[in-house]
Design a protein around this ligand. Structure first.
Ligand SMILES: [Zn+2]
Length: 95
């Protein structure tokens, strides 16, 4: 069996929001905005976007995840780029 390196493309059932980041993080019940990385167990502060940056090794705000595979890391980086593009598009529409 090859190692499972598929990247989820849909939101996780039962997650707080329809965000693929919840495949990699579990919200801490008593600390709002703190999320535990499912891959390395590190607590990421600041919300699900920080978890995605942690997974993607986008290290502006967070330390990179030591346990993520290359496929997932690259896929998550693409997700972050796409969400940035969408935000820019929305701003254009309002103007
Ligand atoms: Zn991690």
């Amino acid at each position: 069996m090859p190692p499972r390196e598929e990247f989820p493309t849909e939101g996780l059932e039962g997650a707080p929001s329809n965000d693929i980041g919840w495949h990699f993080g579990t919200p801490m019940p008593n600390a709002r905005g703190n999320i535990v990385c499912k891959l390395c167990g590190k607590v990421v502060k600041g919300g699900i976007t920080r978890v995605k940056e942690h997974i993607a090794h986008k290290t502006d705000n967070v330390t990179p995840c030591p346990n993520v595979t290359g496929v997932i890391r690259e896929s998550m980086m693409n997700v972050l780029k796409e969400s940035n593009t969408k935000k820019i598009d929305k701003k254009k529409e309002k103007r």
